[in-house]
Design a protein. Structure first.
Length: 102
């Protein structure tokens, strides 16, 4: 199944449309497809799998940064930059989601 595509009509949501859906909808919410008006929802199994894989990546990344923080000098601005990167990366991760029929 294609990412960000309706399982009924294969309409592919743009990243901006998709980000709007993930920011303003719950994981178990349902809505009508913009193109065919059939009900769809997130594929929660795939979402959990993707989140776990990338969560492990972030844990590894933060572990490496923790080991290096004395050498690179973690300033408040560097922490803010890391948090922004984490939020942006988290949104990007969920663009690999798929939808399922209801």
């Amino acid at each position: 199944m294609k990412t960000r595509s309706c399982p009924h009509c294969n309409y592919k949501y743009s990243i901006i449309e998709y980000v709007y859906e993930i920011l303003f909808k719950f994981i178990f919410s349902e809505w009508n497809c913009k193109n065919c008006n059939n009900k769809i929802t997130f594929d929660s199994k795939r979402r959990v799998n993707v989140a776990l894989c990338f969560g492990c990546f972030y844990i590894l990344l933060f572990s490496i940064i923790e080991l290096l923080k004395n050498k690179i000098g973690m300033t408040p601005s560097l922490w803010i930059a890391m948090i922004i990167l984490f939020v942006f990366g988290s949104i990007l991760i969920f663009t690999f989601d798929t939808f399922k029929k209801l």
